[in-house]
Design a protein around this ligand. Structure first.
Ligand SMILES: CC(C)(COP(=O)(O)OP(=O)(O)OC[C@H]1O[C@@H](n2cnc3c(N)ncnc32)[C@H](O)[C@@H]1OP(=O)(O)O)[C@@H](O)C(=O)NCCC(=O)NCCS
Length: 352
């Protein structure tokens, strides 16, 4: 039987990773000191032990800059080699221009493109898929893909159901067009049409999903449709609102579904995957997802204990940590998956 994986085309690969978290550590005791909560409850229900929060002046672009410099260096490139920036965030420096433009200026890059992607906690998988598609379309060779969020600015410090969950952080990868790739029928990505792709590094496939019927279950209500008024500020409409239990159930189901879809499309068996790098929102969500998929917990890296949920930054932070510790090695097959506000969700299959 023909191996379905042979039909894959691979246009881009991850050449370098980087991360940055603020120095300030906020322990569970911080919340227990003024709210009806406890270190025990937070650990048991979420797996979170501590998180990092920025000071009051650090912007998302400032937090992302060192992560990007690390990723560019790890890729063996300089900032001058970067042709584009695709950045996932929902805590932008300003309403506009994009945080990616501020970041571009901080990195001293004056050419190429820069854009933000708003897909909340799915921001990184959306940004990575967008960057791969841009490379296939001939838009650049080296694209910086960034996930950064500063939720310490949008959580309600008096809502125990949300404020304990989130941290600040940034992660980045350099996604580069496969060397020697040729333009075929107006698009890059003719690699591997001949021969077995299984030992070739790069993005093997992805799937992005959204269902806006669930928009209000996880949102920050304030915006141009609901501008700030004394009453709305009093209500805390500028803070994140979440129906935690509904989000939890949806997250487990959608992560498992989208993972299976991406593997099916790529013709890759679930047993072949070495690491399931999934959005770090809650340890129980990650373990339930592993159970739903029937995969060993050892294949699911977890660092939510140290950083909490850093939204768009969780996946690139895990990737950077796992690469540096040697847990993810050249040749490993890595399945990235995330779910977040919107609801939005998605997965990307990558050979390291
Ligand atoms: C928020 C979350 C940890 C709550 O855990 P849970 O086990 O589902 O708890 P519930 O929401 O059912 O609430 C159970 C009780 O704990 C209480 N509770 C919530 N947060 C608490 C806290 N920090 N400390 C103590 N009690 C808390 C609730 O008020 C509720 O009390 P009640 O029964 O008196 O009303 C969990 O729902 C969750 O992680 N959801 C997904 C959130 C998420 O990951 N969002 C981002 C996705 S990208």
């Amino acid at each position: 039987m023909e191996n379905p994986a042979k039909k894959l085309t691979v246009a881009s690969e991850i050449l370098g990773t980087g991360m940055c978290v603020p120095d300030r550590v906020v322990s569970n005791e911080h919340f227990a000191a003024y709210l009806e909560t406890s270190d025990e409850w937070i650990r048991e229900r979420t797996g979170i032990v501590e998180r990092r929060w920025c000071d009051e002046v650090t912007s998302a672009s400032a937090l992302a800059e060192p992560a990007c410099r690390d990723a560019i260096k790890a890729a063996g490139l300089t900032a001058a080699d970067i042709d584009g920036i695709v950045l996932g965030t929902v805590t932008p420096d300003n309403i506009f221009p994009s945080t990616a433009c501020y970041l571009q200026s901080r990195l001293g890059i004056q050419s190429g493109y820069a854009m933000d992607v708003n897909a909340v906690c799915s921001g990184f998988v959306y940004a990575l898929t967008t960057a791969d598609a841009l490379i296939r379309a001939g838009q650049g060779t080296n694209v910086l893909v960034v996930g950064v969020d500063i939720y310490s600015r949008i959580i309600d410090p008096n809502d125990r159901g949300t404020c304990v969950l989130f941290g600040d952080g940034a992660g980045a990868v350099v996604l580069s067009r496969k060397k020697g790739d040729k333009l075929v029928d107006g698009a890059f990505g003719d690699h591997m049409v001949e021969g077995d792709v299984r030992d070739i590094s790069g993005i093997y496939g992805s799937e992005l999903r959204a269902d806006g019927r669930y928009a209000d279950l996880l949102c920050v209500p304030m915006g141009t449709a609901h501008p700030p008024t004394p009453e709305s500020l009093q209500r805390g409409d500028h803070f994140l609102k979440m129906q935690g239990r509904e989000v939890f159930k949806f997250a487990v189901r959608s992560l498992a579904d989208v993972t299976k879809n991406v593997l099916d499309k790529a013709g890759v068996a679930i047993e072949e995957v070495d690491h399931f790098v999934s959005h770090q929102a809650n340890k129980r969500i990650l373990l339930s997802m592993a159970k739903h998929l029937g995969v060993s917990e050892d294949k699911v890296p977890i660092n939510v204990d140290k950083y909490g949920n850093t939204s768009a930054a969780t996946i690139p932070i895990v990737l950077a940590e796992c690469e540096r510790s040697g847990r993810i090695k050249k040749g490993d097959l890595v399945l990235l998956s995330a779910v977040g506000g919107g609801f939005s969700w998605g997965a990307v299959l990558v050979r390291w």
